[in-house]
Design a protein around this ligand. Structure first.
Ligand code: HEM
Length: 406
């Protein structure tokens, strides 16, 4: 059983790990991929190749170990990772594998500090954490299997539609090959998609937010072509390589960033391709309200929706036409910022998103604020909201890619 001494011992080795920079993490991945090459089917090898480690396992374990005696705090931290892990189909045996290479890495790299006591502390802490993850991930897998349209592991889907949304973004719609229904996800969640582009030796799994409301039959993602630096293997494959009727493997919808079910006004704030979960939230909220566009009856007093978006220019503004049509027909207040283009339109601003300049239009005291986009953008937007007096617990956010708190 994990004791206080174990936790202290693990914590005491953290400075040593941090001082080594990425050397220990690099050694760990190298060891893992050399002894178990099949693990490369799970990890994002583009991140590995660019030296951008998606997650620093050692510091994550140390951070979690600190909270092993604070279960409430720990469970909220575990939830996000467990959701991510399930979209990668991670199984209990993977924990044994990672645990083994983790201990061996420490033994080989820092033999002097890795005394028998330290080894025992790391082993026990790792096993305790792994048990918590395995239990939660097991629950999530089971829930998704029994839901209507649910499934276990990977399921084959075929591409039924591909559409250009803007200069850099294309939407792709997938239906299951078996013709059955699919799980209704929560707006804001993502799916895991597994493909093997020609130039990849291994399978590649990525997470993409679902960008439409749930319909029980198909899933739509909207993918930005990654062209800055090294071109994204998967995004370019989805844009150019994958053709109609081609198959991909999907893992069931996951993620703990989604709309709270309240009647409070909702403010959806995004930048760039961070727009995709917001588009899903917008479509979902309007459908729930009985959108006039769909021609159905108004079911309840409409919840006020604000849709704030920042992007480079109108050519990179995804879902622009759709937004205009939703704004005209529904109670949506849309405000847009183009960084490098000036238009003579009252609701389109020039430059960076400036919330202070539109403060009187925002439900600062009552609203729920959802943010999605690059980390720097979210820090910037959150800071403005805090300055305007918005309560921290009303600000919800999703980070694309490796998570950093701010
Ligand atoms: C992602 C922690 C075990 C595979 C992550 C992230 C954290 C984390 C903090 C980043 C999540 C985010 O950015 O939102 C842990 C901890 C573990 C553990 C504390 C053990 C107690 C495992 C195992 C595997 C695994 C056993 C499978 C072999 C991954 C992958 C990612 C990830 C593939 C996504 C990043 C990438 O693609 O490179 N994990 N993890 N993890 N984890 Fe784990």
């Amino acid at each position: 059983m994990l004791s206080n001494e174990h936790i202290q011992l693990v914590k005491s080795t953290v400075p040593l790990l941090e001082a080594s920079g990425s050397a220990i993490t690099d050694y760990f991945y190298n060891r893992l991929f050399t002894h178990n090459p099949e693990a490369q089917n799970i990890f994002n090898m583009s991140n590995q190749a660019s030296g951008k480690q998606s997650f620093a396992l050692f510091s994550a374990i140390a951070a979690y170990a600190k909270n092993l005696d604070n279960v409430e705090q720990l469970l909220s931290m575990v939830e996000r990772i467990a959701q991510k892990h399930t979209s990668l189909n991670i199984q209990p045996e993977h924990y044994d594998l990672v645990g083994h290479h983790l201990i061996e890495t420490l033994r080989e790299l820092v033999p002097e500090q890795f005394t028998a006591d330290v080894e025992e502390a790391w082993t026990v802490a790792y096993q305790a954490l792994a048990a918590i993850f395995i239990a939660r991930e097991g629950e999530l897998y089971k829930q998704r299997e029994v839901l209507k349209g649910g499934w276990k592991g990977g399921r084959q889907f075929k591409l039924v539609e591909k559409r250009i949304e803007s200069e850099l973004v294309k939407s792709l719609v997938f239906e299951p090959v078996d013709g059955g229904p699919v799980i209704d996800y929560q707006a804001g969640q993502y799916i895991g998609i597994e493909v093997q582009p020609k130039q990849s030796e291994f399978k590649e799994i990525r997470q993409y937010s679902l960008s439409d409301k749930a319909n029980g039959e198909s899933y739509r993602i909207s993918v930005k072509r990654e062209i800055v630096g090294k071109p994204g293997i998967v995004s370019n494959y989805l844009h150019d390589g994958l053709r109609l009727a081609d198959e991909v493997t999907l893992y069931a919808p996951a993620g703990d960033f989604f709309l709270n079910k309240t009647a409070a006004p909702v403010v959806l704030i995004s930048a760039g391709v961070g727009l995709t979960p917001m588009q899903s939230m917008l479509e979902t909220l309007l459908a729930e309200q009985g959108s006039k566009e769909e021609g159905s009856l108004q079911k309840s007093a409409p919840q006020k929706i604000h849709f704030l978006h920042a992007c480079e220019n109108s050519a990179q503004h995804s879902f622009k036409k759709r937004l205009t049509s939703l704004v005209q027909k529904n109670k949506v207040k849309a405000l847009t910022w183009y960084k490098s283009e000036t238009l003579e339109q009252a609701d389109i601003h020039h430059g960076f998103m400036d919330l202070v300049s539109v403060e009187e239009q925002l439900p600062l005291a009552l609203g729920d604020f959802y943010l999605c986009g690059p980390v720097a953008f979210m820090q910037f937007a959150k800071q403005q909201l805090v300055t305007l007096g918005v309560n921290d617990d009303r600000i919800h956010y999703e980070v694309f890619g490796p998570h950093e708190s701010f």
